[in-house]
Ligand binder design. Sequence first.
Ligand SMILES: Cc1cc2nc3c(=O)[nH]c(=O)nc-3n(C[C@H](O)[C@H](O)[C@H](O)COP(=O)(O)OP(=O)(O)OC[C@H]3O[C@@H](n4cnc5c(N)ncnc54)[C@H](O)[C@@H]3O)c2cc1C
Length: 64
Amino acid sequence: MMGIDISDDINLVPQLDESNFETNTKGVYLAGVVCGGMNTGKYFIENSINHAVNIFDHIQSTKE
Ligand SMILES: Cc1cc2nc3c(=O)[nH]c(=O)nc-3n(C[C@H](O)[C@H](O)[C@H](O)COP(=O)(O)OP(=O)(O)OC[C@H]3O[C@@H](n4cnc5c(N)ncnc54)[C@H](O)[C@@H]3O)c2cc1C
């Protein structure tokens, strides 16, 4: 509903920039397990704890 593109394969991976987690819908970010789509074993606490930091850094950089 927010216009985020999803991959055509069975994993249904949302389209996002992995450097800052902004989706193809500008200003809309995803963090955590959802970034892996149906591949729910790709991201867990230990390797997604940085997502929020990257997102905040990106939002801040767009306001400077
Ligand atoms: C048994 C178990 C053990 C684990 N052990 C570890 C571990 O030791 N180390 C580790 O790194 N990771 C571990 N994990 C994985 C870890 O729990 C997850 O990676 C982490 O909780 C994911 O956080 P998240 O915020 O991405 O998603 P979630 O914690 O799943 O948060 C998503 C939230 O969105 C809510 N939600 C969903 N749909 C909607 C909707 N339509 N509207 C509003 N809200 C919605 C859900 O209710 C939920 O609160 C474990 C997972 C399980 C199940």
